[in-house]
Design a protein around this ligand. Structure first.
Ligand SMILES: *[C@@H]1O[C@H](CO)[C@@H](O)[C@H](O)[C@H]1NC(C)=O
Ligand SMILES: *[C@@H]1O[C@H](CO)[C@@H](O)[C@H](O)[C@H]1NC(C)=O
Ligand SMILES: *[C@@H]1O[C@H](CO)[C@@H](O)[C@H](O)[C@H]1NC(C)=O
Length: 290
């Protein structure tokens, strides 16, 4: 009988422990849930809520001239403080993981990728995003996405051109009176040093501001500008040299009226040109991959 009582009190103690550990999203809302309006940003002294943004660029690829688009693989970290949230008083941890769907019940910045044609949130092997709640009621929301972004390109100086491609993050519904995105003051942007593109060379990546006025108000916006320069080597091997050779050979054919000669040149070209293209290509790719 006594053992049972001990067991029961241990069990009750476990329930207490569990309850201090937050089980539903309501555990982080103020006691009077009606006080909390998830549509309203947590403004202090009527100042706009500031959301700190950090972006890590993991990869850039498929710069496509015909569709004027490219792909970017990025991590976005958004950090903001919501003083209205509740943190169990006797919880000693510095931060807690929250289930991502709890974000549907609290206020969150409505950041969207302005020039994205397609956004993919990876779900393998687990959905690639998570939420932390710090003791001081700061929320960190981290997400990894693959974006297909549009980039208007200018080919006036092709193939000696440089292109500027942007990635823009804007607030969908909050004006600058309610919400402001700010680059993280310590590390705003990190770009993987190993990014290598076959036809273009990434020269600069610059974080910037693209806040815009619409007739409904000013909307906060941050941008990254990627400056890319075309690699001349690629076009030297794949366009210039083969084109020159074709001109030289066709001139030779023109001058030489003798039929047999022409047939010989024809035969020779059938083998020579494919071989030449293959060799030049191989040379370029070997040099590029080094
Ligand atoms: C947290 O506090 C509650 C009530 O204030 C108490 O019942 C519970 O045991 C405490 N939990 C921990 C882990 O200290
Ligand atoms: C809250 O705590 C985190 C982690 O210790 C810190 O990075 C952040 O600056 C703090 N935020 C505020 C508003 O104090
Ligand atoms: C929007 O921005 C413009 C230029 O920065 C400024 O003149 C204007 O007052 C702003 N409007 C609002 C509603 O904040």
């Amino acid at each position: 009988m006594r053992l049972n009582t001990v067991l029961i009190s241990v069990w009750l103690g476990a329930i207490d422990l569990c309850c201090a550990q937050m089980r539903t999203y309501q555990d982080i809302l103020p006691e009077d849930n009606l006080e909390y309006n998830k549509m309203e940003p947590p403004k202090i002294n009527n100042q706009p809520t500031s959301v700190d943004i950090h972006v890590t660029v993991l990869g850039l690829d498929s710069f496509d001239e015909s569709s004027m688009s490219y792909y970017a693989d990025i991590y976005v970290a958004q950090t903001w403080n919501d003083y209205r949230l509740y943190w169990p008083k006797n919880m000693t941890l510095e931060y807690r993981f929250l289930p991502v769907d709890w974000l549907n019940h609290i206020w969150r910045p409505d950041c969207f990728f302005k020039n994205a044609q397609e956004v993919n949130l990876q779900t393998v092997t687990v959905p690639n995003h998570y939420v932390w709640l710090y003791k001081n009621k700061t929320i960190l929301y981290m997400v990894k996405v693959t974006l297909q972004l549009s980039c208007p390109m200018n080919f006036q100086n092709f193939p000696h051109d440089t292109q500027e491609c942007k990635l823009m993050m804007e607030s969908l519904s909050h004006t600058t009176e309610d919400l402001i995105f700010k680059w993280n003051p310590v590390v705003p942007l990190r770009v993987d040093k190993n990014i290598k593109l076959p036809q273009l060379k990434l020269i600069h990546s610059t974080p910037g501001d693209c806040t815009k006025s619409y007739f409904t108000g000013n909307f906060t916006c941050l941008k990254i500008t990627f400056e890319l320069e075309r690699r001349l080597g690629y076009h030297l091997f794949n366009t210039y040299i083969p084109a020159c050779l074709i001109v030289i050979m066709s001139d030779a054919v023109e001058a030489e009226k003798a039929r047999t000669r022409a047939i010989n040149i024809d035969r020779f070209s059938r083998v020579f040109f494919p071989l030449l293209f293959a060799t030049l290509n191989a040379a370029y790719w070997i040099k590029y991959l080094k």
